[in-house]
Design a protein. Structure first.
Length: 209
């Protein structure tokens, strides 16, 4: 969706005093939402399909590297981070495993949307609602292979689709109607946003030590 804001590690919030977060589905602040929409569509117009395929792959590997750098005993620990551009307030108190579960769910749904747009079958399209894509706080080690499988499957299937520039579109609640090509772009940008989240979760875990 949009580039993330600058971050200073010393601004990390302690989760010992958890503030009341906005409810799931509250979305982004109006000004941020408008900027996110503008930057997403401009970036899409200025980058080829290969850019987003490479971004998705790079962020997948970055996320897996981060998971390997976090102690196994801390992968279920929720960390309250500063909200940054591109995530809802309700999403900033997740664990590493929760982040993987969310990415897995989105990879599966986004791929299904892409395939149906390419086939011209829009009769059973999933309505994408952020409040329905929140992970279980009890997310465990099964989220890692699930994430890897869904990410790899997404790449394999998308890479074998010749043309993603569909006439048909399917709406995203923040970005509006998207072609299959734009759903690919969103999928890659989404991976990037949550890679940043994973980095900040890791920082927060180090602060707790």
């Amino acid at each position: 969706m949009s580039p993330v804001s600058k971050h200073k590690p010393e601004e990390q919030i302690s989760s010992d005093s958890l503030p009341e977060l906005e409810p799931p589905g509250a979305g982004l602040p109006d000004d941020e939402l408008k900027l996110t929409q503008q930057r997403f569509h401009q970036a899409f117009d200025n980058n080829p399909r290969s850019y987003y395929e490479e971004l998705f792959d790079n962020e997948k590997h970055n996320i897996l590297k981060l998971i390997n750098e976090i102690d196994d005993n801390q992968l279920t620990t929720q960390v309250l981070i500063e909200r940054f551009r591109g995530i809802e307030d309700s999403s900033r108190n997740w664990s590493a495993y929760m982040t993987l579960e969310h990415l897995h769910m989105c990879n599966v749904i986004f791929l299904d949307i892409i395939e149906k747009l390419v086939r011209g079958n829009t009769t059973s399209m999933t309505t994408v609602l952020p409040e329905n894509l929140k992970p279980d706080p009890q997310s465990g080690r099964g989220s890692l292979p699930a994430f890897e499988q869904s990410a790899n499957n997404f790449q394999h299937i998308v890479s074998n689709i010749d043309d993603l520039a569909t006439e048909l579109t399917h709406p995203h609640p923040w970005l509006g109607p998207l072609t299959a090509a734009k759903w690919l772009a969103l999928s890659a940008a989404h991976m990037k946003i949550h890679r940043v989240q994973m980095e900040r979760i890791k920082e927060g875990l180090l602060v707790k030590l």
